[in-house]
Design a binder for this molecule. Structure first.
Ligand code: C2E
Ligand code: MG
Ligand code: MG
Length: 952
């Protein structure tokens, strides 16, 4: 049964329908107002709605329109009229009528079919609507229809979801309700009205819209006007797509692309089959292929042939297993050049974790490889050099403060490479500087870094951990600088100079030691002396003593013992003296047969005197040498170091030596230095220089002292004795200046002068004839003169030229002179003797030689020293000795002259002893030649006519 709602006026239509329907079982009619019909249909009551053309005050069409609008066309809406006016019928359809029925004259059958048709049509439309609804709900974009005021007439699911609501909720609401921003809505409404009023079409417009949840969306919208929508209401159909995410992705993609193009590394995206889909700018640069050329190709375009198939098989295996492949590949550019690429290929997965592509990142490492190769070669060279060299090598990257040291360095500085790695400048240089215990190294490095030196070099001393072993290292280095001159790198070496240092030390030690005695030498002694003087500078009350110890008669001992035994004796003496010292004393061998001793920190000179006595005592026992007992004595000079003494070490030692020579001269155990000694020494120096002037300025005179024949009381001859007529000091005795001249060698020139003078005198006397032509003159010859070849030649020459017999020029030589070099002297004297000269042994008794020993020398005359003559009348012992000397001399065939005959008593005793000749003040002092000649003439002792030729 069809439930038919009927909207009419006064029930006329209902009656008419009831009559027409016939079979009441088929239909149920219900008369309703429009409102009632709406309510029924809302409750899904009623299958059809029939509207009478006479219904209400308004025309039936208006009513129809209202029904169509408000009842949403869910049931067939049939307009019942008896009119056949076509315009009116069209108007009914336009107003929404499903069908228009003219009930008048209609059969029940036709009525029934018409209703069925209408029902079918509505059903059909509902089905279509539902289908469309489903379609528009399925569409991902928003589809909506709005009227001119912005009310939603239609909205699909996407639209509802966009606004966060349901379709049913949104339909009928105004868009303004869903907008957060009033201005945004106004903009949309303006758009919509443009579309509706002006039939404008909007396509792909981008809008921004903020939903109630505050999220801002970007929409792409197209809009068209709708004039045919329900009830012909002017509306706008909009289709919008939320492209917010798209835009974000698009932006991100743009950025990624820009980043890829900016990247230095080439990026290639390939499909799984290897087809290139994307390349960046770096790829174009690196390979020479443009993106257009590369895309669609495969990476095989870069193939160089340097990788074999096994390589690519392995690559695909790794990639298809989903892993990243990394390798350095040799590729070929479009222009044929090869390049090395460090390649990383990574599979790309989609959201379903399906592998979809590969991304390859390639880096051109040709230069890097070359640099690596160069570095490797240079490193190899460096390490070869480091291995091959005995030196340690180091390299300091100053900019990054990285230090590399070769393994040899670790060995040198005693470090373990693993536990004590050296990596920074501080590690290395502080280690050296700290071990060295000084900052000299760092100072030198800094000076070099600051450009003050061309390189740096420093010697460091490193001791082992237990401090027992010391190693000397020489660190050298040179810096590399940048254009601004700043040091950026420094490299250098470490050389082990321990052996060198040791031998250097030994050399230094050797140079400070005397090889004969093993004692400190003069140099080392002077170093200690300097320290002592310094100590007295610093501490006002500091005192030290210096002893100069000379072995007496060392020259003679040496001569008689020979050099080897002499040296041995000196060593023994050194040991004995050393045994007298304390550990703090410094004992040195400073000169032949002479020692120096420093007693530091003494209270007074008394300590030095005690030491001198101790040394003297130590010499008390004789030394045993080759079964001989040798008696040794010393003379010691003492000087003190204190605040008032000399500051010059050489002067201090000189003062001690002066005191020693004073002690020797005076035959004292020791002598303390005093200023007079120094003054005397100074005078001597003065004398030296004045002697030069004397030689040049003819200040000498040759005096003659007669030698008397005691037995016959006549003049036998003269001894020539030199005199110096000093312009200030008057006459200076040869006893004063001859020793100086002997020391300085000036005696040679002086001696030649004496020789010539004596020769002239003899020539003169010879020319005068008579007594004078028989007289002889003896001259004194010093050892130095005897050893002088020129002097000897002069003597030979004079004797050869002499108009007088050669025996008239006689030569006196002191005993000590012949001891210097006995054999040599013997041969020289032999030669002189052969030339006819007579030889005198002068000052006999002052030396230590035995007469029998002297007998081997060709002496003709023995001169007994005046020290004997002086005591000859007072001292019986001397008298005895003198007598035996005279006797022995005579016995050996020599004549004897007594020197220093001053008194008659002397003369008488001598005559009594059988002495042949006498010389002394008793007869005459030495006289100038003229006076000597007068002496000859006036001598009452002279006996005219007595011959002298056979005299000695
Ligand atoms: P001498 O050769 O032993 O000479 C003897 C010295 O005794 C001389 O001293 C002489 O003046 C001194 N004399 C002589 N009679 C007496 C006396 O009765 N009593 C005292 N007290 N003295 C007496 P003089 O002239 O001073 O010479 C000293 C020494 O100088 C010499 O000792 C001699 O060794 C050396 N001398 C002198 N002239 C020369 C010279 O021309 N050449 C060299 N090489 N030495 C010379
Ligand atoms: Mg003499
Ligand atoms: Mg003499």
């Amino acid at each position: 049964m069809l439930h038919i709602l009927v909207v009419d006026q006064g029930g006329a239509l209902l009656d008419q329908l009831t009559a027409l329907a016939g079979d009441a079982a088929l239909y149920r009619f219900e008369s309703v107002t429009v409102e009632e019909a709406y309510a029924s249909l809302q409750q899904r009551r009623g299958d059809l709605l029939l509207v009478d053309d006479q219904a209400g005050e308004c025309t039936g069409i208006a009513l129809l329109h209202r029904c169509a609008t408000e009842l949403a066309m869910v049931v067939p809406l049939i307009y019942c009229t008896n009119s056949i006016d076509k315009e009116m019928i069209d108007a009914a359809f336009a107003a929404g009528a499903t069908d228009v029925l003219r009930l008048k004259g209609m059969s029940a059958d036709l009525f029934g079919r018409s209703l069925c048709y209408a029902l079918e049509q509505v059903r059909q439309r509902l089905r279509t609507n539902s289908m469309l609804r489903t379609i528009i709900d399925l569409v991902p974009g928003m589809i909506y229809v709005k009227d001119r005021d912005g009310r939603f007439l239609l909205a699909n699911q996407a639209t509802a979801e966009f606004y966060g609501t349901s379709v049913s909720q949104i339909i009928g609401t105004n868009q303004a309700y869903w907008h957060r921003d009033v201005d945004e809505f106004a903009l949309f409404q303006e758009q919509d009205r443009k579309v509706i009023d002006h039939h404008e079409h909007i396509e792909g417009m981008i809008d921004q819209l903020t939903t109630p949840d505050g999220v801002c969306h970007i929409l792409e919208t197209s809009k068209i006007p709708l004039s045919f929508f329900d009830g012909n209401v002017p509306a706008v159909l909009g289709i919008s797509r939320d492209i917010t995410e798209n835009r974000r992705l698009q932006k991100a993609q743009t950025m990624v692309m820009a980043a890829l193009d900016a990247a230095a590394d080439a990026v290639v995206i390939t499909a799984l089959d290897g087809t290139i889909e994307y390349v960046n700018l770096a790829f174009e640069r690196m390979t020479g292929y443009s993106a257009a050329e590369a895309i669609g190709q495969t990476p095989r375009i870069l193939k160089s042939g340097h990788q074999d198939t096994a390589f690519y098989r392995e690559m695909w295996k790794i990639l298809l297993a989903g892993e990243t492949f990394r390798a350095v590949i040799t590729n070929r550019r479009k222009d044929g050049l090869l390049f090395e690429a460090e390649e990383t290929i990574t599979p790309v997965y989609d959201e379903h974790n399906h592998m979809v592509a590969f991304v390859a990142v390639e880096r051109d490492v040709t230069e890097k490889k070359k640099a690596e190769q160069a570095l490797r070669s240079s490193e190899e060279r460096f390490s070869l050099a480091a291995e091959g060299s005995n030196d340690g090598l180091w390299d300091w990257d100053i900019v990054n403060d990285q230090v590399y040291v070769s393994p040899r360095v670790y060995a040198m500085v005693g470090r373990d490479e693993t536990s004590g790695a050296i990596r920074t400048a501080a590690d290395f240089f502080d280690l050296l500087a700290a071990a060295d215990g000084q900052s000299g190294l760092l100072k030198r490095i800094n000076r070099h870094l600051n450009g003050l030196t061309e390189y740096f070099s420093h010697e460091c001393k490193i001791s082992s951990e237990d401090g027992k072993k010391i190693r000397w290292l020489q660190a050298r280095g040179i810096a590399r600088r940048d254009e601004a001159g700043h040091a950026i790198r420094m490299a250098g070496s470490l050389t082990d100079i321990t052996v060198f240092k040791q031998s250097e030390k030994e050399l230094v030690e050797q140079s400070l030691r005397d090889p004969l005695t093993g004692l400190a030498n003069r140099k080392m002694f002077m170093n200690h002396l300097t320290s002592a003087i310094h100590a007295s500078d610093v501490h006002g009350d500091y005192q030290a003593a210096v002893l100069y110890i000379g072995i007496n008669r060392m020259k003679e001992l040496r001569t008689s013992m020979g050099d080897t035994l002499g040296d041995r004796l000196i060593s023994k003496v050194a040991r004995r003296i050393r045994d007298c010292t304390r550990p703090s004393d410094v004992f040195a061998y400073v000169h032949s047969g002479e020692f120096a001793m420093l007693l530091p920190k003494v209270q007074s000179q008394h300590a030095a005197e005690i030491m001198a006595t101790r040394i003297d005592k130590a010499m008390g026992r004789p030394f045993r040498e080759s079964a001989q007992q040798i008696k040794v004595s010393t003379s010691i000079g003492i000087t003190m170091i204190d605040h008032s003494s000399s500051r010059v070490p050489e002067y201090v030692l000189r003062d001690a030596a002066l005191a020693q020579s004073e002690a020797r001269k005076r035959s004292q155990q020791y002598s303390l230095f005093d200023q007079r000694m120094h003054d005397a020494a100074l005078q001597r120096i003065q004398l030296e220089s004045e002697l030069d002037d004397a030689i040049a300025g003819h200040q000498f005179q040759l005096y003659l002292q007669p030698i008397m024949d005691l037995q016959h009381e006549v003049i036998a001859g003269f001894e020539a004795l030199i005199r110096w007529m000093h312009h200030d000091r008057g006459m200076i005795s040869p006893a004063e200046f001859i020793p100086v001249a002997e020391e300085t060698g000036q005696i040679i020139e002086i001696g030649k002068w004496v020789l010539r003078q004596a020769f002239q005198q003899l020539c003169k006397w010879h020319g005068m004839g008579g007594v004078r032509s028989d007289l002889y003159i003896s001259i004194n010859l010093s050892p130095l003169q005897l050893a002088d070849e020129a002097t000897l030649q002069l003597i030979y020459q004079l004797l050869e030229q002499a108009p007088f017999p050669p025996s008239h020029l006689r030569i006196e030589i002191t005993e000590s002179a012949i001891l210097e070099d006995a054999e040599y002297t013997r041969s020289l004297l032999g030669k002189l003797h052969e030339c006819g000269s007579r030889l005198y042994l002068d000052d006999f008794g002052t030396g230590y030689s035995s007469l029998s020993y002297l007998h081997s020398f060709p002496f003709d005359v023995l001169k007994v020293d005046q020290s004997f003559t002086f005591k000859i009348d007072s001292d019986p012992a001397t008298r005895k000795i003198t007598e035996s000397i005279i006797q022995l001399g005579t016995h050996l065939g020599m004549k004897v002259v007594a020197e220093g005959v001053e008194t008659e008593a002397h003369r008488n005793v001598l005559i009594g002893m059988g002495c042949h000749y006498g010389q002394g003040y008793l007869f005459s002092k030495p006289l100038p030649p003229e006076q000597a000649e007068t002496f000859i003439d006036t001598s009452r002792l002279h006996v005219a006519g007595q011959g002298y030729a056979d005299k000695p």
